[in-house]
Design a protein around this ligand. Structure first.
Ligand code: AHR
Length: 519
């Protein structure tokens, strides 16, 4: 650990002067944090997860009937325990591409009578043994809100409304009664519903133009809300302002969110880490579309009385995000090792910076779902005998448990690198959040080889000397966990007793650190 004296000795005298710009020449980053300035509220729903009927995400992942590792419901107990550590407040299901030809009625009722279907999304056989009620049971077991996505590829608007009735209906009507017959007297109260998945893409069953999608999605939304006006709806966004605008002009008065999906990654270490800026660009584009659409909607008179209108601004649901390139094959998605992407420490750094992004955008990004939770581009990896945690598991666990609920203003000036695609990128990525009596300062040191020091100045919060330091690191950026070496990358926790309003700290190369300061 670099002491304060040693660190200050490395600083050029001029850089110590208040107000002086670092301009990237010193190794020390200056960080100013003002706890008096709240810049965003963090919605816990940004820690959502996603499971799809794809490869071994569900079957052989969270659910494995007959396994000695499973409980009587078929839920893998080891996986359940790991998921509880992630503590996701929300679980998106059943797809993904899978949902665009999924008929929910195939997945309810006695398991042995459910049809086996060919899944045209992933060219696989779907046994339908995990369906609506199994997913609800799983959500209850992990304490997550279910977020169901409807089939707007090959499905009908009536089928979507019937699903809402099956889940949430309380009247003496067919689908509400069917749920009761299946053993669930009380409604499931599924609050979050997605209006289709990536319908803009030709890889989707029932792919549509923006106009065609907007038309059918509006009718589905209307009918679903007629069944249960309290549900919250997510329109399918495309990362393309033209699509988003068309969709929002039609749906902006009835939906609560528009979705954003983002996948990235390459073997280029620094470029991958800088790609978070491209994710932010996606948010900026979607946000502009919301702004324009909302202003146009507000100008429309008279309003429709056919469904309850909402005045609130549409929010952003970042409902698929991850690094995915090693097990990606544009020509034949099904055969690319079932998307079992192996992750390394560098990917954990990227995951942390994405969490920082969602936190900074907290007022607008009010939901996010990592794609996906188990085995398929996922932080948890199983085989029939056990499981291990990928490096990106650890920041998800750490931030969910230790971040505050308010983002506070932080300013950094330090060395960085020039990314050809994302521009100037500082090595230290800092995001500070406030909980009632705690200040949590998350720091990613993106530098591949060197520890970097930072000089902190904190106002609006009087830290006590004692606190905690959480570090996620490993022997190299390529370090990866495996069945043979499951603990190469993990979180290390230690007490620290040298915090104050002004302190220095050294961050190891290629690491994630969270400084937890109390009063
Ligand atoms: O998460 C894997 C796939 O990526 C999802 O099925 C789809 O929505 C996206 O293209």
């Amino acid at each position: 650990m670099m002491t304060r004296r040693r660190l200050l000795a490395t600083l050029p005298a001029a850089a110590l002067l208040r107000g002086q710009q670092n301009s990237g020449t010193s190794d020390v980053t200056r960080v100013r944090i003002d706890a008096g300035e709240i810049t965003a509220r963090v919605n816990p729903m940004i820690f959502g997860q996603f499971i799809e009927h794809l490869g071994r995400c569900i079957y052989g992942g969270i659910y494995e009937e007959g396994s000695p590792l499973s409980d009587e419901r078929g839920f893998r107990k080891d996986v359940l325990a790991a998921v509880k550590r992630l503590n996701p407040p929300m679980l998106r299901w059943p797809g993904g591409n899978f949902v665009s030809s999924y008929h929910w009625e195939d997945g309810v009722g006695p398991k042995d009578q459910r049809p086996r279907r060919f899944d045209t999304a992933w060219f696989a056989v779907e046994p339908n043994r995990f369906g609506t009620n199994e997913c609800i049971e799983y959500c209850r077991a992990i304490g997550a809100e279910p977020y169901f996505c409807i089939n707007l590829g090959t499905g009908t608007i009536e089928e979507a409304a019937n699903w809402v009735e099956y889940c949430n209906g309380t009247s003496d009507t067919h689908y509400a009664n069917l749920r009761q017959k299946h053993g669930y007297a009380e409604p499931h109260n599924v609050k979050y519903w997605g209006l289709g998945n990536e319908i803009y893409g030709t890889w989707q069953a029932g792919h549509k133009s923006a106009e065609d999608y907007a038309k059918v999605a509006l009718e589905a939304a209307k009918m679903m809300k007629w069944i249960d006006p309290s549900i919250r709806l997510v329109a399918c966004g495309a990362g393309d302002p033209q699509w988003d605008l068309t969709v929002l002009e039609s749906l902006g008065a009835i939906v609560d969110y528009i979705s954003v999906h983002f996948y990235t990654g390459s073997d280029d270490y620094y470029e991958t880490l800088a790609s978070v800026k491209r994710a932010e660009h996606q948010l900026q584009l979607a946000d502009s579309a919301i702004e324009i659409a909302m202003s146009r909607i507000r100008g429309h008179e008279p309003r429709s009385v056919d469904f309850p209108l909402r005045e609130k601004r549409v929010e952003l649901a970042f409902d698929e995000w991850n690094i995915w390139y090693r097990r990606r094959d544009g020509r034949n998605r099904a055969v690319k090792d079932k998307l079992e992407e192996p992750y390394n420490l560098r990917d954990a750094l990227w995951t942390t910076s994405m969490l920082h992004l969602f936190q900074r955008w907290g007022d607008k990004v009010t939901m996010a779902n990592l794609a996906q939770m188990v085995n398929v581009i996922a932080p948890i990896h199983t085989n029939p005998q056990g499981m291990y945690l990928e490096p990106n598991f650890f920041p998800l666990e750490l931030y969910r448990a230790h971040s505050g609920d308010r983002v506070i203003h932080s300013w950094t000036d330090g060395p960085g690198y020039d990314s050809p695609t994302a521009g100037r990128t500082q090595y230290l990525d800092v995001c500070a959040t406030l909980a009632s009596e705690r200040l949590a300062i998350g720091v990613v040191n993106r530098h591949k080889d060197r520890p970097l020091g930072a000089q902190f100045e904190i106002s609006g919060f009087k830290p006590g000397r004692a606190g905690k330091v959480f570090t996620i690191n490993g022997p190299s950026p390529d370090a990866a966990n495996s069945f043979e070496q499951p603990n190469l990358v993990a979180t290390a926790t230690r007490d620290y007793s040298d915090f104050s309003s002004q302190f220095t700290f050294e961050f190891p190369a290629h690491s994630v650190t969270m400084l937890e300061l109390g009063t």
